[in-house]
Design a protein around this ligand. Structure first.
Ligand code: ADP
Ligand code: MG
Length: 657
């Protein structure tokens, strides 16, 4: 018998060569191989007779071998066999087949599975001896990823052998706790996932694994909370009044004041703060973070603010310098020497590159801006730092999710936008109206010399892929607009492939209001604050989900002026038009997030690559309903419970958010 911990080399049929091949994909133990779930199943479960078989359909046919032959054509071998059942004969062909005809014995009965060709035969059918328990034929046949670099048939045989000899749980504890009407026990789940008895069984089996994976996350969140609560090593920051310095040129909203107070309260304790600050795009999170950072500096300690992009780090530095002129605020780039940094307490702003300096800076407060990667230890170098932590995001987090996974975080919310804001007006425009739009923009610019138009294209350059060729590209649009508009301040271009120097020049010109039109990629989606921006044009808007569209729209109208958002849609998909109509209909971020959930499952709330749960193999934001089940099971589990499947494979969650 094998267990999940059995090394693959101990599995019958896996020699050193095959073991090395598996090891290339980090498949080392039985557990790893079984978690390499089939990417799909080939339905060869339908049996038929030769006479009843229809061209184009896939079947399994039970028949005897009548004759076999092998010949060569153009240097290639061709195997041919004729099979027979009570209803007729069928010709089978294999080109360059590795197996020899000796494996097909005359007068023996086999299952032959494949698709009937137009000529009425089968090309490259799978075959195996007739039995109740087949691997390659007469069933839903698992198809594994080709990235393993091992022949399908071989992976299948090994998996079958393991599954037939697998003991997942000697005590039976797990299965008693897990097995419910809908969730099968682990060994059955694994069997069904690899060799399903029927399609529905696959769904239930996957849910079993998903729930177990979520359980691990919930457990880790709880453990984090416990260990965090035991800590009393943070610096106590005593608040200096006034909390809101005169240098801030606007009045804070109620929720900004409340959030600031909550944060400052946490900073006064020896238990390190671990707080999430959420608030819709443009709600003014930066100033709240700055208020906390300032207090820390006034107590002669450092603060680090970590932004997701360099452009944003740069902007934060400038913004905070203007809002808080009484404290030193420094942008950290690669060039500075550590020794130069530590002359006086200050706020350091940078990207993840700051991590390598955290130890030297020894901040009392660590702030993450627009952090989408909840809960995962991706912040190398941060783990050993003793500091209060504040994470800011505009992403609304579904309640069920935050209850289960982020329960160990305290949460401050900014629920209103600054009172000077007017909802941005949004329209979907057909391509035919483009010239008219340009005329209108020209008119706006003529009336206001500091007018700023943002024009966002999904791509930098036109794609060579014909399917993507019509998606708007920033460079081409930039050239076009430079010709179309004769402006006092020029059209500028900003995208991720420019050098930092080029980007800086553009940003500087934007800040000095010496740009009238900015053509860019979604590089501006997160966080960019250009208060003079009034009009936003979103090209090929079908490329974005509602969350991204909302983020983009949050870039205009920030100084309280009327914002305008024009959306071009080059997609014919009805789903896309529905989404864009929803986008036009509301400017409420929470509402849009809910719609996003409805439309496409929770997977797109955070974007596919940004959600930070990419290490999850089964669970996703689409499984939110399973979270409830996982939470209920988690309550019943003994403290000692450890997932046999997942604890070994998940990265450890940090105690920070
Ligand atoms: P976000 O929450 O999206 O990070 P920012 O912190 O960038 O938003 O703030 C958006 C803009 O609103 C900035 O220009 C900021 O100066 C301004 N702002 C923030 N709070 C207020 C307020 N209470 N009243 C007026 N303007 C504000
Ligand atoms: Mg921000």
């Amino acid at each position: 018998m094998y267990s999940l911990d059995t090394p693959l080399r101990a599995v019958k049929g896996i020699g050193p060569k095959l073991q090395a091949q598996f090891a290339k994909s980090e498949v080392l133990f039985v557990r790893d191989l079984l978690l390499q779930l089939p990417t799909r199943y080939n339905d060869l479960s339908k049996q038929t007779t030769i006479a009843a078989a229809v061209a184009g359909q896939s079947y399994t046919i039970r028949a005897k071998v009548l004759q076999t032959s092998k010949y060569y054509r153009g240097g290639k071998s061709i195997l041919r066999a004729t099979i027979v059942d009570k209803t007729g004969k069928l010709d089978l062909l294999w080109f360059n087949a590795k197996h020899s005809l000796q494996s097909l014995i005359k007068d023996q009965e086999y299952f032959f599975s494949g698709t009937i060709s137009d000529r009425g035969g089968m090309v490259h059918p799978a075959f195996e001896k007739v039995s109740e328990d087949t691997i390659h034929t007469n069933r839903l046949v698992p198809m594994y990823t080709s990235t393993l670099g091992i022949q399908q048939g071989r992976v299948r045989r090994i998996c079958k052998h393991i599954i037939d000899h697998l003991d997942t749980d000697k005590s039976g504890d797990d299965d008693m706790i897990f097995a419910t009407e809908t969730l099968p026990p682990l060994n059955r789940a694994l069997k069904e996932l690899h060799f399903p008895s029927e399609t529905n069984a696959v769904v239930a089996a996957r849910e079993r694994l998903t729930v177990e994976e979520l359980l691990v996350l919930i457990r880790q969140a709880k453990e984090n909370k416990k260990s965090w609560a035991k800590r009393h090593d943070a610096s106590v920051i005593i608040v200096t009044k006034p909390i809101i310095p005169k240098s801030i040129p606007f009045e804070l909203t109620k929720s900004q004041q409340k959030a600031s107070k909550e944060i400052l309260h946490d900073l006064g304790r020896t238990q390190p703060m671990n707080r999430l600050l959420t608030g819709d795009v443009g709600s003014g999170k930066t100033v709240v973070a700055g208020i906390a950072a300032r207090q820390v500096v006034l107590q002669k300690r450092n603060t680090c603010l970590i932004a997701p992009t360099r452009v944003l780090a740069e902007q934060h530095t400038k913004t905070l310098q203007a809002l808080f002129p009484d404290i030193p605020i420094t942008l950290i780039t690669g060039a500075q020497k550590n020794s130069n940094l530590l002359q006086k307490p200050q706020v350091f702003v940078g990207t993840h590159a700051l991590f390598s300096r955290l130890e030297a800076i020894n901040p009392a407060l660590l702030i993450y801006d627009e952090q989408h990667r909840f809960g995962v230890k991706q912040r190398l170098g941060e783990a050993g730092i003793i500091a209060h932590r504040l994470t800011m995001t505009a992403t609304p987090i579904p309640r069920s999710l935050s209850l289960a996974l982020f329960a160990y975080l305290d949460h401050s919310q900014i629920i209103e936008l600054p009172s000077n804001r007017i909802p941005t007006k949004t329209w979907i425009l057909p391509e035919a109206k483009r010239a008219k739009l340009y005329d209108w923009i020209e008119h706006q610019i003529a009336e206001n010399p500091h007018y700023l138009v943002l024009l966002v294209c999904p791509f930098i350059e036109q794609s060579k892929d014909p399917g993507l060729a019509k998606i708007a590209a920033a460079k081409a649009r930039f050239i076009e607009l430079r010709q179309r508009f004769k402006l006092k301040y020029p059209v500028a271009l900003l995208h991720g492939k420019q050098s930092p120097k080029e980007q800086n020049e553009v940003l500087e010109a934007l800040r000095r209001q010496k740009v009238t039109m900015l053509v860019c990629t979604p590089i501006i989606e997160v966080g960019i604050d250009l208060p003079q921006a009034s009009t936003l044009v979103i090209e090929s808007a079908g490329q974005y989900g509602l969350a991204s569209l909302h983020q983009l729209r949050g870039r205009v109208g920030r100084a309280g002026q009327q914002g305008y958002c024009y959306v071009f849609n080059d997609s014919n998909s009805p789903i896309t038009s529905k989404r864009l109509k929803q986008f036009v209909a509301t400017t409420d971020g929470h509402k849009l997030a809910e719609l996003d959930l409805d439309n496409r499952g929770a997977g797109n709330l955070f974007g596919t690559t940004q959600h930070g749960f990419s290490f999850l193999r089964f669970a996703s934001w689409t499984n939110l309903e399973l979270l409830g089940q996982a939470r209920a099971i988690e309550e019943r589990l003994p403290d000692s419970w450890r997932s046999k499947l997942f604890f070994a494979t998940l990265p450890k969650l940090t105690a920070t958010n």
